[in-house]
Design a protein around this ligand. Structure first.
Ligand SMILES: Cc1ncc(COP(=O)(O)O)c(C=O)c1O
Length: 390
């Protein structure tokens, strides 16, 4: 039994989480999931240890549903039937580590190329794996600078290339184009190459965009990582990594103790999050996901318009949920949990964000500017807009 004091602490924590969740606009996390029908499963020590496609002696798990999640996501990502494998990870970071691990096993002499806008965890993963890497410049909108990549590949054309592509960078949701990158690999006749797509946020909705970004298996990716708690939505961080099966077969080891294959990064694996993703996918379906993307993008366009109408130099990449604007004050940053890096802050219009919240945020921004004596109509001629971003 807990003491009165500890019970009160739990109540206070619950209330503060309720409030914090209400004003949460700066990070790519969906809050509109439903877990009621799944809560009864929390009484089991669910653990999907080992390979989801090979049954284990440890039977308290959700591997069958995990396989369905992998199959659903693999189809969205146009993975080649018969040459596809994947599992539910602890998040986008683990999926990225997995993609780079496969790349290293296939191309141990390879150099990893990634843009300077890449998520902070990637440099650490590369360090773990002892891989050589080169950072490529980014364009102003956050997308990889293909001229810099071309020049760097040309100098290193005698070495295998491991491309780490961003399909939605953390700050500006810029998408690197795998089609353009493949063109460069061909131009320099770099036949030994591996392409990993970090589609942490966008992987859940990029398949529904028109034009569809070049990022998946049909475009030439060897592995793709997506976060589950971002676009899909989950109360527990999770993700899905999909890879070409023939690559995974290179690393598989049979482990007698678990009666399964050691193909994943961790031993014990969360058995509850595959259930959450399965429930999400089953209840939304492809059409539900498509509609989620459409309405969130429409609201992102509304947020941008409201800001630019108010004279705020805001902008967004084409078909992005992220609206970027000049750095806000510490007070606004804390009030709306707005991620800020350098001179930029951003709002991410995740599917659960409402028009009322956007109006309230923009009103706060206007009020703050007015009290700071800033002119009502600032310029909107941000360099990004000159480059034709929406
Ligand atoms: C582009 C990108 N990659 C990877 C990650 C890491 O994903 P996760 O937090 O699911 O580990 C993030 C997180 O925001 C991200 O923005």
């Amino acid at each position: 039994m807990l003491t009165e004091h500890d019970l009160r602490r739990l109540d206070a924590l619950y209330q503060s989480l309720e409030q914090a969740t209400e004003r949460f606009l700066g990070y790519p996390v969906s809050k509109d999931f439903e877990t009621g029908p799944l809560e009864r499963f929390l009484r089991f020590p669910l653990n999907n240890l080992g390979d989801p496609f090979v049954d284990s002696t440890f039977a308290v798990g959700t591997r069958e549903l995990e396989r369905e999640v992998v199959g659903f996501v693999a189809d969205l990502l146009r993975a080649p039937p018969g040459d596809v494998w994947g599992y539910v990870t602890n998040g986008g970071t683990e999926g990225n580590l997995y993609g780079l691990y496969l790349a290293r096993e296939l191309l141990p002499r390879g150099i990893v190329y990634f843009s300077e806008d890449t998520h902070y965890s990637v440099a650490k993963n590369i360090h773990f794996l002892g891989l050589r890497s080169i950072t490529i410049r980014s364009q102003a909108n956050g997308e990889m600078d293909y001229e810099d990549l071309a020049e760097t590949l040309r100098i290193n054309r005698d070495k295998p290339a491991i491309i780490f592509a961003n399909i939605g960078t953390t700050m500006t949701e810029a998408r690197d184009d795998i089609g353009t990158i493949k063109g460069l690999l061909n131009r320099f006749a770099i036949r030994e190459h591996y392409i990993h797509s970090d589609a942490a946020l966008c992987g859940g909705f990029a398949p529904f965009l028109d034009p569809r970004p070049a990022f998946d298996f049909a475009d030439g990716a060897d592995s793709v990582s997506i976060s589950g708690h971002k676009f899909f939505g989950s109360p527990i961080p999770c993700g899905v990594v999909i890879a070409r099966k023939r690559h995974v077969e290179r690393i598989a080891r049979s482990i007698g103790y678990i009666g399964s294959l050691d193909t994943t990064i961790t031993g014990s694996r969360n058995g509850f999050t595959p259930l959450v993703l399965w429930y999400r996918i089953k209840s939304l379906g492809v059409e539900g996901l498509r509609e989620r993307a459409r309405s969130a993008l429409e609201l992102a366009a509304y947020a941008l318009k409201r800001m630019t109408d108010a004279g705020i130099a805001a902008w967004r990449n084409p078909q992005a949920l992220t609206v970027v604007f000049p750095k806000v004050s510490d007070a606004l940053k804390a009030r709306w949990q707005l991620a800020t890096q350098g001179e930029q802050s951003h709002l991410i219009v995740m599917p659960n964000v409402t028009r009322t919240q956007i109006d309230a945020l923009v009103d706060d921004m206007i009020a703050e500017r007015a009290s700071a004596g800033e002119p009502g109509m600032a310029t909107t001629s941000h360099s990004i807009q000159k480059q034709g971003c929406a």
